[in-house]
Every structure is written in structure tokens, then in C-alpha cells.
Design a protein around this ligand. Structure first.
Ligand SMILES: Cc1cc2nc3c(=O)[nH]c(=O)nc-3n(C[C@H](O)[C@H](O)[C@H](O)COP(=O)(O)OP(=O)(O)OC[C@H]3O[C@@H](n4cnc5c(N)ncnc54)[C@H](O)[C@@H]3O)c2cc1C
Length: 298
């Protein structure tokens, strides 16, 4: 680890020992990682990945930490945060953006460029890399509708590869990347449509207002805990089982939206895990539906 740190220092790549993962999680949960690494651009990111592979240190790649539950024990190894990789350019009706670009910034850039189709990304508190990985979506649209290609660094072969269209294998809250943890998304290209900025803004505001009224945005969470089961809604099933407000430790089924678990103060990953299991068991027993987790325990 010391050698890695020295190499990062020599290259001017910011890093931090005993990195508090709680601060990098929208859930405000998690212990410390031995090392947090903060590459400031795509070149630094690939350099870090090459160095890490050579040093054989276990690692994780994290965007905005808005869909993960870090372990209470933290992480033995390095956590690489992509938030510094934020380059974004417009090419005709397409936007080319680095993995660390926050979705809110991407949607705003599309608005400023008079390009429609990215409005749904505005309220999702993740990065583009996390959104491609998860095939994030909302209100009837998802990343798969706009992402025409993505570029990744294969840590095994140390090559940069582009995947186009169907090769990205998008499905409900997953992509080809979900099955290949050694592939690190560097960026993606989104194909959008010219549109009236006033209409784009109105749509963004409408979606934001729907979110504010239906979701517990005032408390730490990782968004919807479960994927939507076919022909049903996870939140409705959980509510119908009488679980709204059910609490284990400081982890609580949101009273505002039963599909969310919120952190009422000092929830641990163990609290969340136990609550998730309780919800799954109850919904299976009472409604006969198996809920599949959308949030990722790391
Ligand atoms: C209040 C709230 C509302 C939400 N609403 C929605 C919603 O409407 N729709 C929706 O789909 N999601 C929603 N989410 C969940 C989350 O914001 C999305 O899944 C988002 O796309 C995750 O992005 P991230 O950068 O935070 O990913 P992270 O949480 O940092 O990571 C998620 C996974 O992606 C991997 N990953 C991240 N970046 C890379 C990369 N560059 N290369 C390879 N792997 C990578 C990580 O290793 C991890 O396994 C919500 C969350 C919150 C807290």
C-alpha cells in the first residue's frame, strides 16, 4: 500500500489513507477504506488502475456512492472515486461525458445545449459511470434509451474498449458491466434530440416536483431498495404488508415511500441488511413475490 501511495504522490494523484466511506455514501453508512484515490481526469484514472493491478491490491470503483451500502468494517484495499473525471463535450446532437460527471450536471448541460432526452437523469443523484453500470432510469426512461456507446478500461488486459448499442446488454437496472467488475467505465456517449429549452426545463421541473412529493429526499438513503417486480411495485407490496415505518436500529422503511429505506441517524450496514431480509421474507410470505435488491452491498 505504501508503494502505491508513493507512486500516486509522484504522479500528483490525490489520495487519502483511512478514507471515511460514510462521507462518500448517500446513505451515510460505512467504515473506512485503507486508501481513497481521487483521480482528476481519465488519464489519471487509467494510470491508477494500472498501478493497482500491478500492486495486486483489492479495489472498488465508486461514482457518487448513491446506490451502494458500504460495509461497517470498511474496505481492506483502495477505493477509487471517479468524481474528478468530469470532462463533457457536445458533438452535434450527442454528448460525450466522462464517468464521473454527475447526472444533474449532464442533464443541465443538455438543457443548455437545447438537447432533449436527458431530463429524467436530472433527479438521479449518481454519476454517469454508475448510471451506465446500473442502467439507471426514472419515469419511463432509462440510460439504455440514450447511451449509444460506452468506453471501459479492462484491468485484466489494460486496454480501452468501446461497446456500442446492444453490446452493452442493458436490462432492468443492469448492464454488461454488472457482470464484469474488472471493467471500469471511463465514459459514454449519449444521443439526444434537439428540443425547445423551455420544454426541457418544464419537464425537468415536473419530474423534480413528482420526486419531492413522493420520495424521502430529506433523509439519507440509496434510493429504491428493490427492483420493480413484473406487474407490480415494490413500494406498494411493502406498504400493503404494513411495513411502512418498520425499523431495525436506525434503518427504517420510509413512511413517505415504502420502497426506500432511510437512515434515521446512525444506521449500520448490518441494520440495513437485516431490514432488507425482513422485508423480503414478509413480502414473500404475504404476497408471494420475491423482491430482488437494486442497492448493492459492498
Ligand atoms: C434519493 C435517491 C434517488 C434515486 N433515484 C433513482 C432513480 O430514479 N433511478 C435510478 O435508476 N436510480 C436512482 N437512485 C440510485 C442511484 O442514484 C443510481 O443507481 C445511480 O446511477 C448510481 O450512480 P453512482 O455514481 O452513485 O453509483 P455508485 O453508487 O457509486 O456505484 C454503483 C455501482 O456502480 C459501480 N460503478 C460506479 N461507477 C463505475 C465506473 N465508472 N465503472 C464501473 N463501475 C462503476 C460501483 O462499483 C457500484 O457497484 C437514487 C438514489 C437516491 C439516493
Amino acid at each position: 500500500m505504501r508503494n502505491l501511495q508513493r507512486a500516486l504522490d509522484a504522479l500528483g494523484i490525490p489520495c487519502q489513507t483511512d478514507c471515511d466511506l460514510k462521507k462518500h455514501s448517500s446513505f451515510r453508512i460505512g467504515g473506512c477504506a485503507d486508501l481513497g484515490i481521487f483521480p482528476q481526469n481519465r488519464e489519471q484514472l487509467t494510470k491508477v488502475l494500472t498501478l493497482i493491478r500491478a500492486s495486486e491490491i483489492p479495489y472498488l470503483v465508486i461514482g457518487k456512492g448513491s446506490n451502494v451500502v458500504f460495509s461497517d468494517e470498511g474496505f481492506t484495499g483502495a477505493v477509487i472515486f471517479t468524481e474528478g473525471c468530469r470532462k463533457m463535450t457536445r458533438e452535434g446532437d450527442e454528448i460525450l461525458a466522462d464517468a464521473g460527471v454527475p447526472l444533474v450536471r449532464l442533464a443541465t448541460y443538455a438543457l443548455e445545449s437545447s438537447l432533449g432526452g436527458a431530463e429524467f437523469l436530472h433527479g438521479i443523484p449518481g454519476s454517469l459511470g454508475g448510471a451506465v453500470f446500473m442502467n439507471a432510469g426514472a419515469y419511463g426512461s432509462s440510460v439504455s434509451d440514450v447511451c449509444i456507446c460506452s468506453e471501459y478500461f479492462d484491468s485484466d488486459t489494460e486496454t480501452v474498449i468501446t461497446l456500442r448499442g446492444e453490446a452493452q446488454r442493458f436490462s432492468v437496472r443492469s448492464s454488461i458491466y454488472t457482470d464484469h467488475p474488472q471493467w471500469v467505465i471511463l465514459g459514454a456517449r449519449l444521443a439526444l434530440t434537439p428540443a425547445d429549452p423551455a420544454e426541457i426545463r418544464a419537464k425537468m421541473e415536473e419530474l423534480a416536483s413528482r420526486r419531492r412529493t413522493s420520495q424521502p429526499l430529506e433523509l439519507p438513503s440509496a434510493g429504491s431498495v428493490f427492483k420493480r417486480p413484473v406487474g407490480n411495485y415494490a413500494g406498494k407490496l411493502i406498504e400493503d404488508c404494513g411495513l411502512k415505518g418498520y425499523r431495525i436500529g436506525d434503518a427504517e422503511v420510509s413512511v413517505k415511500h415504502a420502497g426506500f429505506i432511510v437512515n434515521r441517524g446512525n444506521a449500520s450496514a448490518a441494520d440495513v441488511r437485516r431490514l432488507v431480509e425482513h422485508i423480503r421474507k414478509t413480502v414473500l410470505t404475504q404476497a408471494g413475490v420475491t423482491l430482488e435488491c437494486e442497492i448493492r452491498f459492498l
